[in-house]
Design a protein. Structure first.
Length: 268
């Protein structure tokens, strides 16, 4: 059974617009957006989300992090009034905060449904696995405010789907369905709304079967080589492979394979 997480870090204080639950039996932490009905993300919440990811990254009880929401909508985006009140220095850190799922060494899954707009979409793009209910609508509507996405949305999308489709979404503030997002490679799975939690649970259990060290290595390698040349990516892959070759988990994996039994990885 999941329990509410109490952060020792005094910087977090009272969580603004979200909660964190820990399910130790499944080595899982859930970051739950909880400001219904639209789960608007406040400026303080962005800082707290970053600190939450950093804290959970150091928590030995947690193998997998899930980002989800309360209600029919993941998030309609940020608090517009907060942008006008924030200093330029504060605004310049928006992308750093929302990139925290990507910097986290552990696998991060996001479960989307309903509106997934603005920073809600950008936060989702920073996660490793995106699961979408068929009810999901994605959008970066900042052009309607005379702005552009400021938390990594256009940059991440362009890497995923190319400049033509990204311009269509960003420059027209175009909404796309979960099915279209799946067809374009933005989301990993598009499922009926009633199955979203079940599919999320299944992916958590699947990821827990693998070596934590191998997962951390794969995530960092893929993130670090996204912008590199092919030759550099292959070189770094070789170094990572060599390091894992010395691990207890690799030895266990080989022995389990030869013995035709499930491996018991320990993360070292």
């Amino acid at each position: 059974m999941a329990s509410a997480y109490t952060f020792a870090d005094p910087r977090l204080g009272k969580l603004d617009g979200f909660q964190v639950d820990i399910d130790e039996a499944h080595e899982r932490a859930d970051i739950i957006l909880n400001r219904p009905p639209l789960n608007v993300v406040s400026m303080p919440e962005r800082d707290q989300l970053r600190l939450a990811f950093e804290t959970l990254d150091e928590d030995a009880r947690v193998r997998i992090i899930v980002v989800r929401s309360v209600g029919e909508h993941f998030s309609s985006g940020g608090n517009i009034g907060g942008f006008m009140e924030a200093t330029p220095e504060k605004v310049s850190k928006l992308a750093w905060n929302i990139a925290s799922p990507a910097r986290c060494s552990k696998p991060v899954i996001v479960a989307n449904r309903g509106y997934c707009f603005g920073v809600g979409f950008e936060l989702s793009l920073a996660c490793d696995f995106r699961l979408a209910s068929e009810t999901t609508l994605y959008a970066l509507p900042e052009q309607k405010l005379g702005q552009i996405p400021g938390s990594g949305g256009s940059a991440r999308l362009q890497k995923m789907i190319g400049i033509t489709r990204t311009k269509d979404i960003v420059m027209r503030s175009k909404r796309i369905t979960a099915k279209q997002a799946f067809d374009w490679g933005i989301v990993n799975e598009c499922v009926p709304d009633a199955e979203l939690e079940k599919v999320t649970d299944r992916l958590v259990d699947e990821l827990r079967m693998f070596s934590p060290m191998a997962q951390r290595t794969a995530k960092k390698l893929l993130n670090d080589t996204e912008d590199s040349t092919l030759s550099i990516a292959i070189e770094l892959e070789g170094h990572c492979y060599s390091r894992l070759r010395q691990s207890d988990d690799f030895k266990e994996g080989v022995e389990a394979f030869n013995a035709k039994r499930p491996p018991k990885f320990i993360g070292s």
